[in-house]
Design a protein around this ligand. Structure first.
Ligand code: C2O
Ligand code: CU
Ligand code: CU
Length: 456
């Protein structure tokens, strides 16, 4: 997609100018952060059968003539969006054009152990690997990113990440019936932060407490805007940051209609005006622009950082749509046969141990429903993530002491804040084999806050 520079008024707030400081503080950069001067980049889409994914150094176009050195999948930043139908067989050949080992993990996809991108299955520079798996899960937004031993944070930060959308018959019926918007009113938003050096290239500093960039990027675009018709829009949101939690809200304080999360659609839509989204969590939200006048604007913001993430500009063109209520059926997991406790300690340990590539920390019987209890005393946020199955969150005690609407349904990542204990129910009923439990604050993961388990 070609990007043009669109000139708008100067930046207006102190926070905006501060955020632009890492860009060399040029006036143009400050404007781009402020109002949105670059059209939002839309990743291209591919289907999962028989394609090649090449990870290699390249250049990313951030919009408005700004480029940066990056590590990219198929020369795209973020990588292409993989769109699969339930029942498809994915066959993706990963070619490692980097100068270090990598793997590709399909975060949220339930795949056989040998296709899961475990760091023990590292692909050397110059080599390739065929990931093959059946797509057999509910419609939802997953994503893909590297998972090499101790280098996940840097590889994701430098640009290796993309969306993986699964479609199914239930979702198709909701779209056909007009309950859920579809293209061009369905838009992926991969939100992350970054910092840049004096030459405008991505700069990374590994830091155990977590790397926080000083500039937001949405779909790899700096200061993005999106022209929107008078319609209900469906945004598929991924927090692709290494460590930053985004507190999402609209500048009008109007609610989002929350329709889904990591594992697909919720039972019913819920209006929420603020959503705290941790690294690797996903959201499916509708935003009602049906009465947005031509040239009127609304901005998606992060209230914690004080950032404008994405500006929406009304076209005045009527597009319609509805804000739905009932959506799907969530079959509750119940009656766990055992409980496991996991303490996220310091910045590198689970139950006192740092990750070992070869040590297996526990075994989970196939098909059993279990209660897993995650807790921490400090160094949060710890976005806790499990490979190989989704879970249902039961409770949070300590800390924030409650569950939030975006934590219902099926999840694969849950935010554990300081002093919190979160209980989930989980059942591994797809594949046996080696999977991972880890913190998705990527510096914590790379430092060893990760455990191996075998489904047996
Ligand atoms: Cu998104 Cu094990 O990671
Ligand atoms: Cu994962
Ligand atoms: Cu952590």
């Amino acid at each position: 997609m070609q990007r043009r520079v669109v000139v708008v008024g100067a930046a207006s707030t102190v926070g905006v100018l501060a955020a632009a400081g890492g860009l060399g503080a040029s006036a143009a950069a400050a404007r781009s952060i402020a109002g949105g001067i670059n059209p939002l980049h839309m990743p291209s889409t591919v289907s999962p059968g028989g394609f090649t994914l090449t990870a290699q150094p390249g250049t990313a176009d951030l919009g408005g003539g700004r480029t940066t050195d990056a590590w990219v999948y198929n020369a795209a930043f973020p990588g292409p969006t993989i769109v699969a139908n339930r029942g498809d067989v994915a066959a993706v050949t990963l070619v490692n054009g980097l100068s270090q080992e990598t793997t590709t993990h399909w975060h949220g996809m339930v795949v056989p152990s040998d296709a899961d991108g475990h760091p023990k299955d590292a692909i050397s520079p110059g080599r390739s690997y065929l990931y093959q798996f059946a797509v057999d899960q509910r419609a939802g937004l997953s994503w893909y990113h590297p998972h090499p031993h101790m280098h996940t944070g840097e590889q994701v930060y430098r640009g290796l990440a993309g969306a993986f959308v699964v479609r199914d018959a239930e979702e198709a019926a909701l779209i056909a019936g007009g309950t859920l918007p579809s293209a061009p009113y369905e838009i992926p938003l991969i939100i992350r932060d970054a910092s840049f050096d004096s030459r405008g290239n991505l700069s990374f500093g590994a830091k155990s407490s977590g790397f926080l960039g000083n500039t937001p990027l949405v779909n790899g675009t700096l200061g993005p805007y999106l022209s929107v018709d008078q319609a209900a829009y469906r945004f598929r949101v991924l927090n692709g940051a290494n460590a930053r939690i985004f507190r999402l809200a609209l500048s009008t304080a109007a609610p989002f209609s929350l329709v889904g999360n990591d594992g697909g659609l919720l039972a019913a839509a819920v209006p929420v005006s603020e959503i705290r989204l941790a690294p690797a969590e996903r959201l499916d939200v509708l935003v009602d622009f049906r009465s947005l006048a031509r040239d009127a604007t609304v901005t998606l913001r992060c209230l914690d950082a004080g950032w404008n993430l994405l500006q929406f500009r009304g076209t005045g063109v009527s597009g319609g749509g509805v804000i739905p209520t009932a959506l799907s059926t969530i079959t509750p997991l119940a009656a766990p046969v055992r409980t496991r406790d996991f303490s996220f300690d310091g910045m590198s340990r689970i139950n006192g141990q740092t990750f070992s590539l070869t040590r297996v920390d526990f075994q989970v019987p196939f098909g059993d429903t279990e209660r897993w209890r995650f807790r921490t005393n400090g160094n949060a946020p710890h976005p806790v993530h499990v490979h190989g199955a989704s879970f249902q969150i039961q409770s949070r005690t300590g800390g924030r002491g409650q569950l939030f609407p975006w934590e219902s349904g099926w999840k694969d990542t849950v935010l554990l804040d300081d002093g919190e204990t979160v209980e989930v129910l989980i059942r591994f009923d797809h594949y046996r084999g080696r999977y991972l439990l880890h913190c998705h604050q990527l510096a914590h993961e790379d430092n060893g806050m990760m455990a191996n388990f075998d489904v047996v």
